[in-house]
Design a protein around this ligand. Sequence first.
Ligand code: MG
Length: 389
Amino acid sequence: MTDGRLAVYACDPGQSRGRRFAEPPAPTRTEYQRDRDRIVHSTAFRRLVYKTQVFLNHEGDLFRTRLTHSLEVAQLGRSIARSLRLNEDLVEAICLAHDLGHTPFGHAGQDALNDCMREFGGFEHNLQSLRVVDCLEERYPAYDGINLSFETREGILKHCSLRNAQLLEQVEPGGVAQRFLLGQQPSLEAQLCNLADEIAYNAHDVDDGVRSGLITLEQLSDVPLFERYRQQALALYPHLAEPMQQRRLLHEAIRRMLSDQVYDVIAATSSALAEYAPAGVAAVRCLPVLVGFSAAMRAESMQLKQFLFRQLYRHPQVVRTTGLARQVVRDLFAAYHGDPAQLPPAQADRAQAGDAVQRTRTVTDFIAGMTDRFALREHERLTGQRLFD
Ligand code: MG
């Protein structure tokens, strides 16, 4: 059954390339709605609430976590998808799953695991997200993973090194890694999730950065994208200039920035779609990336990103915390790798039964799945050290 509300270039669940293990259709839900529901019910999804986005989970209750970040990405993705007549359910599924493979402590954890795994193929969080839904979730009697559809899995594997794409292609010929070997694009829904991710984190990192006190509204006046909306808000609501109204001013500026970016993506993507007029999903794969900002918004978004990089992600306080977080992950890796008996019984058996690669991968999967606070507890148990207060 095809869905007449969808554009011809949208992914149609009736035309899905299917699941790795064939299943009968559900009576009331499309394949992508089922994918979304499986993601929401997964263990990895629940763990996102205790995983760092930028600020460590214990630094404050109001900062974004991987979970609230993923919900914001899904909200932005869905509203753009509906307007472009793309498949909203598929966008929601990919957005909710896009960070499932993230380690504790954000990028610091990922970098540390990548170093530990250097001789064994490294660690890539997009690949790990796919590993979570394909291999690591234990919810079905007959197979590992949650058996998602091809289109959702393809969207989850946002980036992949050539070497890992070749390895995946050997296991799954013509599968989700093939596009990296052919230099093709994923579906428009997957392209949209990448952009929704960027829009979400730029906006919420401004919010969290100001809330934390690490960046100020004065510093942000150097960022044209933000400053424009701050000035708009002040012109319409002069009382927001008062010191006690700064939080309201920040939120109004961010709200306007988000709306404008959403409308910009819709307009720029609509004109790209009109220009290329892809006849279907297959045609989309052979075209350039079509979901995007206008050139002007792309440049301004880049300026904001560079500002956040300089002033927030490289702030001495953040650098200090991420340095400690790296040490936690490195110490955990060394402890479990040196003595697999320290792992829970199932992982200990797997690590001890296999070769060096399986041992290393088992330790990595276990650490990658940890929440921030579980990682800290395990670190204290194994090393006797407490690195964070
Ligand atoms: Mg993300």
